[in-house]
Design a protein around this ligand. Structure first.
Ligand code: ZN
Length: 498
């Protein structure tokens, strides 16, 4: 085989993988947005076949031979192509280590688990979910060995979401946060609470939709390349850097839920839209890791979206959308209300300060489950004990406790820490950005273009071209969790007059 011929085959393989992914994503998008209610079965058949075909295409022995051939001549390859071969070889080795029957069995199990979890959550009945969760944990321990048998199982799983991150790294990170955040929460508990009652007024969905359109505009999201839809749980779905979809969910009783979900998902969308053209239709064409992705969404949501200059910039327009609800409210009051810190039960509704403690509870439990020191049957009791210990709240039932998140039912163990890492990375990016450019002058005028340009240059454009740790280093310098802790301490001390 000639090198040119091999390179053409490599490009063709990646375009085909993209096509399978795009087809599956379209079905998913359809199913969660406009498809009629009782139509999941047919989509399930199609999705199963697409997944099987994709697996067959990628795990074929010819693919292994092609990748070996190219790797043997890696010194002749240009950097992006060499990186593609490296990444594909890693995925290929991993995929072919998992026996085909176990792979299929696991796919069926996660399908079933999602359904069982929904029912268990609805009834707040952990016992219903327990047998499935036991199987999921056992599978993940086994798969961790296929991923990397030289690592402890949980480290191997963490590595799948954030390459280079392990328990040692996270133990240090979380210990720093806990030491700094817990005393802050206690101090805030002694203070008078912020009045956020005006957030809890009826906000008509139609006006909220128009407000979302306005936010998309402020974020600089070109509607010719990014639409906004409505789903039960907000998400971002990317096809390529010219076609990204975000969704939100409107709560008529509170305007802030959809407001910040639009800004959050908008941050994910900015990342995908900012990835360089020459990486499209290759395996490097998406965000590099979950942690880096969350750093972008949380950057927009919290560091910008929950800042006083940003709120001051958008508030006059916001009052036009909601004249009755916000007529007597000032930008400053609104800023304080959306930053109210209060230990609570539900992770997705938590404020910026207490959020990481929710993640820590899940991290501790996963670590012990996958490490084999906690039995599945003891998850609810451990969950409740840790919520009391970290957040000081009593968990009334499993629905608002260990059954609240969908991640485990989807087979994701090791995903949660990415959320907290993303917040910490974002704080360091802001510090560096402030050294490079005037951040707050333009933001206070509603102009986010300089912020976007900085992030595009330092993070977005690279897609998967660099290792996650190198992207973080490029934008943050050396990772230092005290920067995030300092940011929180400063912000909340000012808010609560500590
Ligand atoms: Zn997110």
């Amino acid at each position: 085989m000639e090198l040119n011929e091999a390179l053409a085959k490599l490009a063709e393989l990646q375009r085909k993988l993209y096509a399978y992914q795009a087809a599956s994503s379209s079905l998913y998008l359809d199913g969660t947005t406009v498809a009629p209610k009782d139509t999941a079965e047919g989509r399930g058949v199609a999705l199963g076949i697409l997944a099987g075909e994709r697996h067959k295409l990628f795990s074929a022995p010819e693919v292994g031979e092609l990748l070996d051939f190219l790797w043997a001549r890696k010194d002749e390859l240009e950097h992006p192509v060499r990186r593609q071969v490296e990444e594909l070889r890693r995925s290929y080795a991993q995929l072919t280590r998992i026996p085909a029957d176990e792979y299929m069995e696991y796919a069926m199990l996660t399908n079933e688990a999602s359904d069982v979890w929904h029912r268990a959550k609805e009834k707040s009945d952990f016992e219903l979910f327990r047998p499935v969760l036991e199987k999921l944990v056992a599978f993940n321990i086994k798969f961790a060995g296929y991923y990397d048998s030289t690592k402890a199982p949980y480290d191997a799983l963490l590595n799948e979401y954030e390459r280079g991150v392990d328990m040692k790294y996270l133990d240090g990170f979380f210990a720093t946060l806990r030491e700094r955040i817990v005393p802050l929460i206690h101090a805030i508990g002694e203070k008078e609470q912020i009045d956020d009652s005006f957030l809890w007024r009826p906000y008509p969905v139609e006006a909220q939709r128009k407000f979302s359109d306005y936010l998309m505009e402020v974020l600089g999201l070109d509607r010719a390349h990014c639409t906004i839809g409505e789903t039960e749980h907000p998400y971002t779905l990317e096809f390529n850097n010219k076609d990204v979809r975000i969704t939100t969910n409107y709560d008529e009783g509170n305007v802030s839920f959809s407001m910040f979900s639009v800004i959050h998902e908008g941050g994910h969308a900015k990342y995908e839209l900012g990835i360089s053209d020459d990486l499209q239709y290759t395996c490097l064409a998406g965000g590099v890791s979950m942690g880096v992705h969350e750093s972008q969404s949380r950057f927009y949501e919290n560091l910008i979206g929950r800042s006083l200059p940003f709120i001051q910039a958008i508030f006059p327009k916001m009052r036009e959308f909601f004249p009755e609800q916000l007529g007597g409210v000032t930008a400053e009051q609104f800023y304080r209300a959306v930053n109210k810190a209060q230990p609570s039960l539900i992770r997705t509704e938590a404020d910026e300060l207490t959020y990481c403690l929710h993640v820590m509870v899940r991290y501790e439990i996963e670590k012990q489950l996958i490490g084999g020191t906690l039995a599945v049957k003891d998850v609810p009791a451990t969950w409740n004990r840790l919520y009391k210990e970290y957040l000081g709240v009593d968990v009334p039932d499993d629905k608002r406790g260990c059954l609240q998140d969908s991640h485990w039912s989807g087979g994701s163990f090791g995903y949660f820490p990415s959320y907290a890492l993303g917040s910490a990375y974002g704080a360091q990016m802001l510090r560096n950005m402030e050294q490079d450019i005037d951040v707050w002058g333009p933001v206070s005028k509603g102009d986010l273009s300089q912020v976007s340009n900085w992030l595009r240059e330092k993070v977005h454009q690279y897609g998967g071209l660099m290792e996650p740790a190198d992207v973080v280093k490029n934008a943050c310098g050396d990772f230092d969790p005290t920067v995030f802790a300092d940011y929180l301490e400063k912000k909340y001390s000012e808010l609560y007059g500590l």
